[in-house]
Design a protein around this ligand. Structure first.
Ligand SMILES: Nc1ncnc2c1ncn2[C@@H]1O[C@H](COP(=O)(O)OP(=O)(O)OP(=O)(O)O)[C@@H](O)[C@H]1O
Ligand SMILES: [Mg+2]
Length: 237
């Protein structure tokens, strides 16, 4: 998406949360840059600020201090309507807790965001079927969430996040509810999407296999970046 390759630029990002008399410092000044077509994992102990960071990047929350640019535009200065537009047009979000619509089938859940897109790029049913098949759910298209296992529901939520082919995909524990076989299907699917569509992918995870699978791993400890390691040379020129 960005020509100069930086898709996400985070500067001096801090998030403080008041908790009664104390203040929780969820993030204490985070700086990072994520480039177009990178697949980055964010790891670190429970409570280290991973979900907070992802939520801020996705415009779901506002920081106490600092700046977040998506494609060169500072989203921390945007109002709710502008943020909603950025989220709809640029960002696919896979939440730690998937919110599928219980009365709709898997196929309908995935097709829905395409039907609501301002300029749909795909035929809703066809795209939904392709994505669900890619995620190993080709035989569960007509099932409702209550008729699916937790891991299958999670994969439907992943397909839904991918529905409009967002240039930026943010995922909080996308393999959290999956066994190793289903986890592998999800990873392969994310890799394929990243390659075919040039998607930038940021994944929060506890899963060392998943982190190993990404191009770069950023480790957060106590609200700060502890380590930022590029594993593979991913830029061609
Ligand atoms: N709404 C809130 N109010 C107060 N404190 C919060 C709130 N949300 C998160 N925190 C605190 O902020 C810190 C960072 O939380 P965060 O959810 O980002 O951690 P995490 O790294 O995603 O952890 P996990 O791996 O367990 O999901 C934690 O100490 C948490 O207790
Ligand atoms: Mg979390």
């Amino acid at each position: 998406m960005a020509n100069n390759n930086v898709v996400i630029r985070v500067q001096g990002l801090a998030k403080e949360l008041p908790m009664g008399k104390v203040t929780v410092h969820a993030l204490r000044g985070v700086d990072m840059e994520i480039y177009a077509n990178e697949m980055v994992s964010i790891v670190g102990p429970s409570g280290s600020g991973k979900s907070t960071l992802l939520g801020l990047i996705g415009g779901l929350d506002t920081p106490t201090k600092g700046k977040i640019e998506i494609d060169g535009v500072d989203i921390t200065r945007m109002n709710e309507d502008q943020l909603t537009e950025i989220r709809n047009e640029k960002i696919g979000f896979i939440f730690q807790f998937f919110n599928l619509i219980p009365t709709l089938t898997a196929l309908e859940n995935v097709a829905l965001p395409i039907q609501f897109a301002r300029k749909p790029q795909f035929k809703p049913e066809k795209r939904a079927k392709e994505l669900l098949t890619l995620l190993g759910l080709g035989d569960r298209l007509r099932h409702r969430p209550s008729e699916l296992s937790g891991g299958q529901q999670q994969r439907v939520a992943i397909a839904r996040a991918l529905a409009n082919n967002p240039p930026l995909l943010l995922a909080d524990e996308p393999t959290g509810n999956l066994d190793s076989e289903a986890g592998k299907i999800v990873l392969d699917a994310l890799k394929q999407i990243q390659k075919e569509s040039g998607t930038t992918v940021v994944i929060v995870t506890h899963d060392p296999d998943l982190a190993e699978f990404t191009d770069r791993t950023i480790t957060l400890v106590d609200g700060e970046i502890h380590k930022d390691g590029l594993k593979k040379q991913i830029f061609e020129a």
